[in-house]
Design a protein around this ligand. Structure first.
Ligand SMILES: Cc1ncc(COP(=O)(O)O)c(C=O)c1O
Length: 387
């Protein structure tokens, strides 16, 4: 299993982003970790090898990424997967039929689909609650509850969960707290410092940041959880290829710089939208009008570039989506380029209509992933699209 180097936690965030988990290549001194594009490793003699036997179990490029992101989250172990969904699927293999889970009602549509359509069939049970109120977590706990799973801020409604309160509620019931930190990234939010036991990401998003690969990662600090996850990773095999691991690793080197700009652009655009469309129609935790602004300011170091907007109707949403020129109509988020999407028919289409409506994912809702372009161009684009 991949453990960080002893000095990986010594430096500050930006230095970790660039150096943690990586050493010059032992063969040539190459400063960038090579892409070890290999499926197997030659063994010197029977039972004698350099620690690498077969690339499903270990790959040096993947290990550099795993150590790097573990160090960014401030913990000791990382496990990279072929997608965010591969990551959460492997996390759930820590558990068994008969186990119960308390889940934030507004988690990513794909996470809900995995739980609702596949794992439920295999004997796991799930209670979906509004985790904005941590008392709802405590109320939903059962004797067989093994974990509480939350995402904060949520996709796409930007609702927050008090992570410290959620950890206390989970631990009081003998359960783990599992956090999807994809939206905030470790640059803005550190769930382990607030009591989380497992953190996971879709590396496809901000960690990679360049929209050129799909991947996931799981981080833990506990030795036992790490050993079990390594077993699952090798036994189930949802691992990323070395090229994708390398692309994600190149992305994390600039995470701190990109996040600052996503945040600047996000704040400016959210304020502009609130002024033009009304505060109650703009969902962004960095707006003082956000109902959980105080929690956001306490729990996060910045708010990032994700904003959702209620336009009022599907027609109006379609008009904006059809008119944008700098924002591109596409699923996904967290890249350097700005994207715009329609959650009801795109990312959350797998959530049934009545459930979507109850959550507030209306036909008029659009979601913006503000990139790192010049903010004046982004504002001008939105202005002509909304006019
Ligand atoms: C918050 C969040 N978690 C998890 C995922 C799933 O990740 P992936 O698409 O890499 O499988 C997504 C994808 O959009 C997401 O937005």
């Amino acid at each position: 299993m991949t453990k960080i180097f002893d000095d990986d936690l010594d430096a500050e965030f930006g230095t970790r982003a660039i150096h943690a988990g990586q050493r010059p290549d032992p063969l040539s001194g190459a400063i960038m970790t090579p892409i070890y594009q290999t499926s197997t490793y030659v063994q010197e003699a029977l039972g004698q090898n350099k620690g690498y036997e077969y690339a499903r179990g270990r790959n040096p490029t993947r290990e550099a990424l795993e150590r790097n992101v573990a160090a960014l989250e401030g913990v000791r172990y990382g496990f990279a997967f072929s997608s965010g969904m591969g990551a959460i699927d492997s996390i759930m293999k820590l558990f068994s039929a008969g186990d119960h889970f308390v889940v934030g009602e507004n988690v990513y549509g794909g996470t809900f689909r995995l739980f609702d359509k596949i794992l439920s069939r295999m004997g796991m049970t799930f209670s979906y609650v509004d985790t904005r109120d941590v008392n709802r977590i405590a109320e939903a706990m059962r004797p067989n509850t093994k974990a509480v799973l939350v995402e904060t801020p949520t996709n796409p409604l930007m609702r927050l969960t008090d992570l410290k309160g959620a950890a206390e509620a989970a631990h009081a019931g003998g359960a783990l707290l599992i956090v999807d930190n994809t939206f905030a990234t470790p640059y803005f939010q550190r769930p382990f410092e607030l009591g989380a036991d497992i953190v996971w990401h879709s590396t496809t998003k901000y960690l990679n940041g360049h929209s050129d690969m799909v991947g996931g990662i799981v981080l833990v600090n506990d030795d036992d959880l790490a050993a079990r996850l390594q077993f699952i990773l090798n036994a189930s095999g949802a691992v990323p290829g070395p090229m994708d691991a390398w692309l994600a690793l190149r992305g994390t080197k600039t995470l701190h710089l990109r996040m600052q700009r996503h945040d600047e652009n996000g704040r400016t655009i959210a304020a502009w939208l609130a002024e033009h469309l009304g505060e109650t129609n703009v969902f962004y935790p960095g707006l003082p009008s956000h109902p959980q602004y105080e929690l956001a300011a306490r729990q996060m170091r910045g708010f990032g570039g994700m904003i959702s907007v209620e336009t009022g109707s599907r027609e109006r949403a379609a008009q904006v989506l059809g008119r944008v020129r700098v924002f591109s109509l596409a699923e996904s988020l967290g890249g350097v380029e700005s994207l715009i999407s329609h959650p009801a028919s795109m990312t959350h289409a797998s959530v049934e209509l009545d459930r979507r409506t109850a959550l507030g994912i209306t036909p008029g809702l659009i979601r913006l992933s503000c990139g790192v372009e010049d903010v004046g161009d982004l504002l001008a684009d939105l202005e002509q699209a909304i006019a």
